[in-house]
Design a protein around this ligand. Structure first.
Ligand SMILES: *Cc1c(COP(=O)(O)O)cnc(C)c1O
Length: 401
């Protein structure tokens, strides 16, 4: 059976050039980057070259890069680390209502430590407006954390405008750029952020590796103790193969941004058009797509091109996932992190979906390997599945009478 992977926002396959770059660092260049001998020096050279390359891609300085185990840890390092370092000066934290659970739960634990956590609501398309943020940020605010691109619905925030509001009150700004990097340009200089998170496995790199950008001069309290690695901001022997893989994945991704944006925007448009033509009562969650015939990256980017999150009234999300899986098609409902739980997605509730519709939502996330054929195949299979599930729903039938 054909296998179709439309779950690239959950994770991606490791690119061949990434794997190839990593292999020598498992063996023969397996040294500990802290060792003084030649094995150690070889690993250290690989590590520091990687740091320079990551920094250059992000328009940062090498000393501002803290390698860690991925997006979740980077979010924790940035939010908890920076807030705790400021705990005697500022006590407020502002995050958005559609953050990844790594930020939501870090904020909850900071609230238990006595911080005043404020949650910025979003519009029906998932945007945090400058007015909303300005009402929440005050002179007591330590840090604001708002993701650049949302993993479930694809909304891209106007980060520079939001940073301006935080900085006007002397607050730090963190952005989770895990879903933005590689899809749209990400430069810490242009964004103006003080802290930023990245993960390798969302960009065709290995799982368990990522980085935090921590602007020079910004203090963070380390979450773990144990050594002077990463300037004591993240102690522990560095995962050199993983870091080499992350770096290669970043290098490859940035060369393809515009081409992939246009290609995936076109594919997503085709998919959406086909779904809308063949299935009634479908809602697109998040902003509309730009026109499919654009030939340059638009000036203002409102959504990522690969994320198509749809609500199918009268059909349960879990049932749709299983039915598609039987056809060899992999998708997800809500965020992968909350899969298994039956709770509706907090992101969809935050944009104003009813709990019922939120539970009837599916995220199709295309990627580097998605083809026109796959789009057509899924577009053909889906209407039959939705029709069958709806025919078994008395509530949906009643709503049509
Ligand atoms: C996947 C993801 C994370 C978590 O990254 P991991 O490397 O899997 O820990 C954080 N934020 C966003 C937006 C993500 O999509």
């Amino acid at each position: 059976m054909k296998q179709i992977y439309f779950d690239n926002n959950a994770t991606t396959q490791v690119a061949p050039e990434v794997l190839e770059a990593m292999l020598p660092y498992f063996s023969p260049q397996y040294g500990n980057a802290s060792s003084m001998h030649s094995f150690g020096r070889d690993a250290k050279v690989g590590l520091e070259n990687a740091r320079e390359s990551c920094a250059e891609i992000l328009s940062a300085e090498p000393s501002e890069i803290v390698f860690c185990s991925g997006g979740t840890e980077a979010d924790n390092i940035c939010l908890k680390g920076a807030a705790r370092a400021l705990k005697h000066k500022r006590r407020r934290i502002v995050i958005s209502a559609i953050e990844h659970s790594a930020i939501l739960q870090s904020a909850e634990s900071l609230a238990q430590e006595g911080f005043d956590v404020q949650i910025a609501p979003v519009t029906s398309e998932g945007f945090v407006t400058t007015e909303t943020l300005a009402n929440l940020v005050d002179e007591d605010t330590a840090i604001v954390s708002i993701m650049q691109a949302n993993n479930e619905i694809g909304t891209i925030q106007d980060i520079p405008a939001l940073v301006e509001i935080a900085h006007a009150k002397g607050a730090l700004f963190h952005t989770d750029a895990v879903q933005a990097f590689g899809k749209i340009p990400v430069s810490v200089e242009e964004l103006g952020v003080d802290l930023l998170s990245l993960s390798a496995h969302k960009i065709y790199g290995p799982k368990g590796t990522g980085l935090a950008f921590v602007r020079s001069g910004v203090k963070i309290e380390s979450l773990v103790q144990g050594g002077s690695h990463e300037k004591s901001r993240r102690p522990g022997t560095e995962n050199v193969p993983g870091i080499i893989g992350l770096t290669k994945a970043m290098e490859v991704s940035v060369t393809m941004i515009e081409e992939e944006y246009l290609r995936l925007n076109r594919l997503s448009q085709r998919f959406l058009t086909s779904v809308r033509a063949n299935i009634a009562d479908v809602i697109l969650n998040g902003p509309e797509f730009p026109e499919s015939e654009i030939s340059n990256l638009p000036d203002s980017l409102l959504r990522t091109p690969q994320t198509v999150n749809l609500s199918f009234a009268g059909a349960e999300g879990e049932a749709i996932i299983l039915s598609l899986d039987l056809e060899g098609i992999a998708v997800s409902s809500g965020s992968a992190c909350s899969a298994g739980a039956v709770d509706p997605s907090p992101v969809l509730l935050a944009i104003g979906q009813t709990p019922e519709l939120a539970k009837s939502s599916i995220r199709f996330s295309m990627g580097r390997h998605t083809t026109q054929d796959e789009i057509e195949y899924v577009g053909n299979v889906l209407p039959k599945i939705i029709e069958r599930l709806r025919s078994m729903s008395p509530a949906y039938a009643a709503s049509k009478r």
